[in-house]
Design a protein around this ligand. Structure first.
Ligand SMILES: [Zn+2]
Length: 264
């Protein structure tokens, strides 16, 4: 139960929010007073155009916004507030850093979220947009985290543990799928297992996470190797991990199992 607690998630593109946090939102969807705030820095208009899909370079951004709305309806919990900052997809690292920080900070200060989630410096895929919005969110959060009278209690960086990354790559090799090269841009990478501070069991809501993922129809060819293999996808999304970026966490501390557990 997370009565009156709130979660803000700040990402770069529509579909960044479809994994890594959707399970935690679904798990808390019905908590009394739970508030979910979602911020997208771009509309994802530079995303890959899927062959045969009725989208053009001009329409892809608005289509992806609609897909994102549909995805959260499919998860079963729409955001209480959803902000689209409208920066150019693929250009977040060229936005003046203070401007990006200020745009995120304005929303966080209004919302006073309990927990904020974003990307860490790995960007999960090394994507410069992910790294830029993560760094800006960190800076916005840290301007207020240590100030009395604010609600900011925890900052999370969504991440894949290195051991899981390696297991997934072994499974991909067995399935004759291309393996991820963590040194290449736009390819998945892990973080050291010891850096992970949160691991959430999402098995009970995995079907809802997959239903959300499937609404990102224009990006099926990017997201899925086989969009019909829902059982494999339920396994992949059945756990969410994060690095606890703030407050500092002694390395010997046990892993948290919920975004709101043991709030400082
Ligand atoms: Zn992205």
């Amino acid at each position: 139960m997370a009565a009156g607690l709130s979660l803000a998630f700040v990402v770069a593109h529509p579909d960044d929010d479809a994994y890594g946090i959707a399970g935690s939102v679904a798990l808390h969807a019905a908590d009394p007073g739970f508030r979910f705030v979602l911020v997208h820095a771009t509309n994802g208009e530079a995303g890959d155009l899927r062959e045969g899909f009725p989208a053009t370079r001009e329409t892809l951004g608005s289509i992806r916004r609609q897909e994102d709305d549909a995805a959260w309806r499919a998860v079963g919990r729409v955001p209480n507030r959803h902000e689209w900052l409208g920066y150019s997809d693929g250009g977040l690292d060229k936005v003046p850093f203070d401007e990006l920080v200020g745009a995120v900070e304005a929303i966080l200060v209004q919302e006073q979220p309990t927990v904020v989630g974003t990307f860490g410096p790995d960007g999960i895929f090394g994507h410069p947009d992910h790294i830029a919005i993560g760094a800006a969110t960190d800076a916005a959060f840290m301007r207020h985290a240590s100030t009395t009278g604010t609600s900011f209690r925890r900052l999370l960086h969504g991440a894949i543990p290195q051991s899981v990354f390696e297991r997934w790559n072994r499974q991909r090799a067995q399935l004759d799928l291309p393996v991820f090269d963590p040194t290449a841009m736009y390819q998945m990478r892990g973080v050291p297992d010891a850096d992970i501070g949160l691991t959430v069991d999402c098995r009970s809501v995995a079907h809802r996470i997959v239903a959300g993922l499937q609404e990102h129809r224009s990006q099926h060819h990017v997201i899925f190797d086989d969009a019909t293999d829902t059982e494999r996808w339920k396994r992949i999304v059945s756990r969410e991990w994060a690095v606890i970026a703030w407050p500092p966490r002694p390395t010997s501390t046990r892993l948290l199992t919920d975004v709101f557990e043991d709030l400082p």
